[in-house]
Design a binder for this molecule. Structure first.
Ligand code: IPE
Length: 271
């Protein structure tokens, strides 16, 4: 059984969060170089990326996180209905996904994409969908998935499946996963106070649920769970024996330092 690591590229890291469908291609490219270096250590990398401005803005505008709203009438120059918006967001996510895939190919890896709306349904950490498609362990193969709009088996019809739920199941259920890394944008890990108030001393290096922190959740633009969801899912994974870490993805060498057992800056979630 080979060694594996699951890495979540946060949407706020790889996109400009407030401008529709703008990707930080330079950051994605640096992350992919680090992924390549990790594979050179003999470790297979599984990537799940977030949505950022390719998902949250339209999903929020069309209230897709609330599911199907029969009385919700709206239209804009792009979409005529919520169902139309579901298709648009899925296509936007495929565009962001194709940027990640092409950067992985550029560094010499073999990415395989698994768009959730094709194989997953229902929401939360127990969403439906088997993970067999992620089974192949060749170190050059990088399985890639992402947060998406998926079908829901009740009157909601659809909903938003966060990449944080996907990484939790992958880390717990796939064989050989040693670590889960959340690569984040704009922060060195979990902070005691909201990022705009934080100094270098406010990094929480080790977190478990009794350690207090004051996160901000931008509910006006974010349709999934923000930092709170990450910590809850991260703790679930840590309790299952996989090491879980939050690292600033703008300094991707820190991820490599962690993998190589060197000193690195970030947060570890304790089981
Ligand atoms: C959200 O996924 C998916 C959509 C809004 C379509 P995530 O919860 O994984 O995304 P980020 O990391 O917050 O952007």
């Amino acid at each position: 059984m080979g060694k594996r690591i699951v890495v979540k590229f946060g949407g706020a890291l790889i996109t400009k969060k407030d401008e529709q469908s703008v990707a930080h291609t330079d950051i994605i490219s640096n992350l992919c170089s680090v992924v390549k270096s990790i594979t050179e250590e003999g470790i297979q990398v599984i990537i799940v990326h977030g949505a950022g401005s390719f998902g949250h803005l339209k999903a929020k505008h069309w209230r897709l996180n609330e599911g199907y709203l029969p009385d919700y009438e709206q239209s804009d120059e792009e979409c005529l209905s919520q169902l139309d918006a579901v298709e648009h967001v899925r296509n936007d996510m495929l565009k962001l996904n194709s940027i990640v895939l092409s950067q992985l190919t550029d560094v010499g890896l073999n990415p395989i994409s698994h768009p959730p709306h094709e194989w997953a349904s229902n929401l939360g950490p127990e969403f439906n969908g088997t993970l067999e498609r992620f089974a192949s362990e060749d170190v050059n193969t990088v399985h890639v998935s992402f947060g998406d709009v998926v079908d829901v088996d009740d009157e909601r019809k659809f909903g938003i499946l966060s990449g944080d739920d996907i990484v939790a199941r992958l880390s717990i259920e796939l064989s050989g996963v040693e670590s889960l890394v959340f690569a984040m944008g704009g922060v060195d890990g979990l902070l005691k106070v909201p990022p705009h108030l934080a100094t270098v001393d406010d990094l929480i290096e080790e977190w478990s649920p009794e350690v207090a922190y004051e996160g901000v959740h931008q509910t006006e633009i974010d349709v999934t769970g923000g930092i709170g969801l990450k910590m809850t899912r991260g703790y679930l994974v840590a309790k299952n024996g996989v090491s879980v870490h939050l690292i600033n993805g703008e300094y991707p060498m820190r991820i490599l330092d962690f993998v190589r057992g060197k000193t690195w800056r970030g947060t570890t979630i304790l089981p």
